[in-house]
Every structure is written in structure tokens, then in C-alpha cells.
Design a protein around this ligand. Structure first.
Ligand code: ADP
Ligand code: ADP
Length: 219
């Protein structure tokens, strides 16, 4: 069963009375265990597509459904996780507090949330920085914590928007190794928008975006 299904999705943004077509017509689906790279030039519609798949925004035309996940209202924070490019950790919270936050928002009991957060940090060898604040971390560490936060709730779908965009190449590759290792053997699906060819080549499927039009390439 698909986690998310998009049928002829179009998206138009309005700026004043000028319209901007972000997606022309996208038909695609994500199934458990999928590893999908979303590639294409800046402005080709990648972020728009990720937002629609996560239920953060609504399409202008076409239909979108989450057969394997339920309704748009109950997708987050447990079933679908995001990893953004920008530093998205909350500055006043420590690393472990950041990682457990989605679990707490998902009504998981505090002791269980803390346990799951610490387990995930341990597995990613981030336990030594659990009590640090985001401002004390390197860029690579901060993104690894963002990955840990996305994994801690054991989501069924992870949507990542240029997660390595601000990192140098070795750090980016390492971050991706950690993410793929953590997902190894799991049914969690991953859709990642990336400019990094080396990362795209490690996925099973490539969705190539061009001016809001998608072409699916299965490897
Ligand atoms: P990408 O992620 O591939 O860079 P986006 O999905 O961000 O592409 O953008 C696709 C197009 O939609 C671009 O032309 C962009 O300027 C436009 N766009 C994106 N978000 C908005 C918005 N909130 N308002 C108006 N136009 C937008
Ligand atoms: P074990 O701890 O014996 O590996 P688990 O049921 O905890 O057994 O984990 C099974 C698989 O799920 C392992 O491959 C593990 O790496 C992965 N896993 C465990 N916890 C998480 C989590 N919070 N998020 C994502 N994957 C996880």
C-alpha cells in the first residue's frame, strides 16, 4: 500500500496578481522502503512537492492521498518527519530535548520519549553531545542531530529538503551514510531533494524535476 499518492498534482502560487506555476502535473507515489532522490534546478518545484507530500500545503489541482498513513491531519509529527537544510534545531533546547520534542508533541509519555531520544542519539554516536545547546555544535553535528530528531519517532516517511546543502562534501557524505545506515532494513521511506549527484546515485529511484514537470527514472 502506498504511503502517499499524487494524481495530476498542480500548484500555482499567487504573488499579488501574478501567478507562479510551481508544479504543472505530477503523478507519483511513495511505497514503504522506497529511496527516492528528487533532483532538478533551483525553482523546479522540489520543495513544493515535499510540502504537498507532507500535507503542509494544498495542491491547486489534482488529488493527493495517504492510503498507508491516514488523513492529512494526523501525519505529523509521528508518521512523517522532515529534515530541512537550514539549521532547524530550537536554540534554547539541548540536543536531547530537541530530539524528543516531536515525540512529546505526539503525546508520547515523557519518560518514553526521553528513552527513545537517547537510544537514537546513542545509535548515531551523538550521546556525548546530548546535553549541549545547538549553538555549541558544528554544522555537521547540528545536521546529524536534525537527522536523529527525524528518526526518533520511527516515522513511516522521511521528507528531506537539501539536508546536506550547507555542508562540505565529506561532511555531507558522512551525514548521508549515517542516515542510510539508520534506515537499513527498515520500511521507512525516504524522499530527499538534493543537488548532490553522489547522494542521488545511492537512491533507487530518481524523480527529475524541470520547470514543475516530473520525470520518473527508476534505477
Ligand atoms: P525548488 O525547491 O526546486 O527550488 P520550489 O518548489 O521552491 O522549487 O519553487 C518552485 C517555483 O515556485 C519557483 O518558481 C518559486 O519561485 C515558486 N514559489 C515557491 N514558493 C512560493 C511561494 N510561497 N510564493 C510564490 N512563489 C513560490
Ligand atoms: P535492536 O535495538 O535490537 O536493533 P530494534 O527493534 O530497536 O532492535 O531496532 C530494529 C531496527 O530498527 C534496527 O536496525 C535499528 O537500527 C532500527 N531502529 C531502532 N530504533 C530506531 C529509531 N528510533 N529510528 C529508526 N530506526 C530505529
Amino acid at each position: 500500500e502506498s504511503l502517499v499518492e499524487l494524481q495530476n498534482i498542480g500548484k500555482i502560487y499567487w504573488r499579488g496578481d501574478a501567478e507562479e506555476t510551481a508544479l504543472v502535473s505530477a503523478t507519483c507515489s511513495v511505497k514503504p522502503g522506497d529511496r527516492i532522490a528528487l533532483v532538478g534546478p533551483s525553482g523546479s518545484g522540489k520543495s513544493t512537492l515535499l510540502h504537498l507530500m507532507g500535507g503542509l500545503d494544498q495542491p491547486s489541482t489534482g488529488s493527493i492521498s495517504w492510503p498507508g498513513l491516514g488523513t492529512c491531519e494526523n501525519l505529523r509529527p509521528q508518521k512523517v518527519s522532515y529534515i530541512f537544510q537550514m539549521q532547524s534545531l530550537l536554540p534554547p533546547l539541548t540536543v536531547v530535548e530537541n530530539v524528543e520534542l516531536p515525540l512529546l508533541l505526539g503525546q508520547i509519555e515523557a519518560t518514553k520519549a526521553r528513552k527513545a531520544a537517547l537510544e537514537t542519539l546513542n545509535r548515531m554516536r551523538l550521546n556525548t553531545i546530548a546535553d549541549k545547546l545547538p549553538e555549541e555544535l558544528s554544522g555537521g553535528q547540528a545536521q546529524r542531530v536534525a537527522v536523529a530528531r527525524a528518526l526518533a519517532s520511527r516515522p513511516q516517511l522521511i521528507l528531506a529538503d537539501e539536508p546536506t546543502g550547507q555542508l562540505d562534501h565529506p561532511t555531507a557524505q558522512h551525514l548521508f551514510d549515517v542516515l542510510l545506515d539508520s534506515l537499513e532494513g527498515s520500511e521507512t521511506a525516504l524522499v530527499v531533494a538534493t543537488h548532490d549527484q553522489a547522494i542521488a546515485e545511492r537512491m533507487n529511484t530518481i524523480w527529475q524535476m524541470q520547470h514543475g514537470v516530473m520525470e520518473v527514472v527508476t534505477c
